[in-house]
Design a protein around this ligand. Sequence first.
Ligand code: KIV
Ligand code: ZN
Length: 396
Amino acid sequence: MSDIAHDRVVIFDTTLRDGEQCPGASMTFEEKLEVADLLDEMGVDVIEAGFPIASNGDFDSVAEIARRTRRAVIAGLARAIPADIARAGEAVKSAQRPRIHTFVSTSPIHLEHQMRKTQEQVIDIISGTVTQARNLVDDVEWSAMDATRTPIDYLSRCVETAIKAGATTINLPDTVGYATPSEYEAMFRRVRAYIQDRVANPERIVFSAHCHDDLGLAVANSLAALAGGARQIECTINGLGERAGNAALEEVVMAIRTRRDVLPFETGIDAGMLTRASKMVSAVTSFPVQYNKAIVGRNAFAHESGIHQDGMLKNNTTYEIMTPESVGVSKTSLVMGKHSGRAAFRDKLKALGYELGENALNDAFTRFKDLADRKKVVYDEDIEALVDQGIAVAHD
Ligand code: KIV
Ligand code: ZN
């Protein structure tokens, strides 16, 4: 353990909201409850349970998750529209710790083409809607949609307005996945510096990152935001979400855990439950997890090449930076294929109950390589068959 103080990062999971917005990933009422229960058990700090105005079904699931969840904060999303905010307030009201998360676009592109509002009109909207939300709950999060394409001076004024109206969490999303890590970090630094002397007790405000993965930078940007002073990361299981998805929760958590030396932070997540959560979300959404997905892909702890397998048999730190057990996978798998070496083959035979002499081993290994040239993966049964065949031939 290093002696650096490790700041606590709030993990805000939006699998049930931004994740569910991804085409084809909708979940039933019961499935949402199951996912919410698991997120709560896993130690997620804030569960964004849905978008209550979107449909009666969404309202009902947010209300039920709010009613049954004992530990996590339950957030309901609302546009900057009074009816949305009222509906979100109604949905989360029975939570032990309710939050309304309201957002409005701030970028010139969105103001001109989508909202058709002036910057000053948007400032008035922020003030009115955050005040309304704050009259319903104590915990209000405000988001500047498309923050990363918003001029910094205007963005800073919007943030000041939201804080003065009662928001205590300020989320600056990279809505379209456009930012690079250094830009995203600088944005947080600049906005935080701006509000320093303009709002009371600025240190009580939690800044939040919300990154989309259009350029494959969502996790890197989220971690860069921490360097810029953010202390909440919004993410989803398996990186589910609009278009290319959101920052993947399991990657954020394990990056922080594995690189404590350079990322002086900690989360409250029980990492041993990450694989279970990934499998559950994949099953209920019918979205497969890519084989080589970091942390939870089925190849994340699998090794096929001879050099790697040899190293792993000697010491697992040679080619693994975290243990499979730490994320809930029972063990490393040495996959037998044409790249596998003699050491791994011998180890596999031993695990299957075969102790062969040197000649028989050489013979079996040659036949294994021939088979591996013809088959992508050689299963245990194939190996058993080729060894048994060799033994039978020797006895003839
Ligand atoms: O990506 C985004 O900007 C959002 C907001 C609603 C927070 O999902
Ligand atoms: Zn989003």
